[in-house]
Design a protein around this ligand. Structure first.
Ligand SMILES: N[C@H](CCC[C@H](N)C(=O)O)C(=O)O
Length: 284
């Protein structure tokens, strides 16, 4: 019987099973199936997926993200904050500022302490990618996809596409409580115009520095929060002249709030909490 120690953590309710590969081992060929198994709330632990904290030759630590369908993602904002908290509290890093390698590049993390524990983390998520080929999304030319007409399931929507290292498409609604998350989410996620799939966000603008936000995540479905999605939503809202650049913007997600700033240097800063739920041993 194979086993590994894990830590379950959440960031605004977006919860993952974290495995410290500095100490544990999971065979590469088992990763996708183990991610599916641990995520199952009935026969596993229950989570939105699995995140590995690995040694890195490019940064202080490396993060690998697996959705609950076993697919590997190139970035995860909520995961980065939890990885930063874990790395600091388990002495994988010695400073309050350090780097985390992801499949979409290196990010800078700053942990914020309260009674020597990490209660919030700021991640510099780097620059958004806006070109159709960078999202990626087929069927559009030019430098960006901003408020373009898109037809899904017979319905015409106006969407804005942004990559934060992973693909996002943002739609604006009048009332967030009526966002068609469960109906349109899965249809858009798997639309062939998104060759790598897509995370689907619905946003209700409240004012020029505040919005409501809900998400259907690629590979995980509806989650309580999506950090890269919140960043994409703020970038989209600036591009659509709905919010201001270089202004800390409050994103109200189902699980709580993030403060996102798309800075003049084009970097996106994300600040929010990270919480340890429990530690355990998983047998498979
Ligand atoms: N479902 C995402 C990965 C998790 C991202 C999200 N949980 C976040 O906090 O950014 C994808 O396949 O790109």
């Amino acid at each position: 019987m194979k086993k590994f120690a894990f830590t379950k953590m959440h960031a605004l309710g977006n919860n993952y099973i974290y495995v410290n590969l500095f100490e544990e081992h999971i065979a590469e060929e088992d990763l996708a199936s183990v991610a599916i198994k641990v995520s199952n709330v009935y026969t596993g632990i229950g989570s939105d997926g699995m995140i590995l904290i690995c040694p890195s030759t490019k940064g202080n630590v490396k993060m690998r993200v697996f959705n609950n369908d076993g697919s590997e993602a190139k970035n995860c904002g909520n995961g980065l904050r939890c990885v930063a908290k874990y790395a600091y509290e388990h002495n994988l890093v010695e400073t309050e500022e350090f780097t985390i390698e992801t499949l979409s590049g290196l990010v800078h993390a700053t942990v914020h302490l309260q009674d020597k524990k990490v209660n919030e983390v700021t991640i510099d998520m780097g620059k958004p990618k806006l070109k159709p080929a960078e999202v990626p999304m087929l069927g559009f030319e030019g430098n960006s996809i901003v408020s373009e007409k898109m037809e899904f399931g017979g319905e015409e929507l106006i969407g804005t596409a942004v990559s934060m290292g992973n693909p996002h498409v943002v739609f604006y609604v009048e009332n967030i409580e009526k966002a068609p998350l469960h109906t349109l989410g899965p249809v858009v996620e798997k639309d062939p115009r998104f060759p790598e799939g897509v995370n689907v966000e619905f946003v209700e603008i409240m004012n020029e520095s505040e919005m409501h936000f809900r998400v259907w995540e690629r590979g995980s479905g509806v989650t309580q929060a999506c950090g890269t999605g919140a960043c994409a939503a703020v970038v989209s809202s600036v591009l659509n002249n709905l919010t201001q650049k270089n202004t800390p913007t409050i994103v109200h997600l189902a699980g709580g709030d993030l403060t996102i700033t798309w800075k003049e240097n084009n970097h996106v800063l994300m600040k929010g909490p990270a919480v340890v739920i429990c530690d355990g041993v998983y047998y498979y």
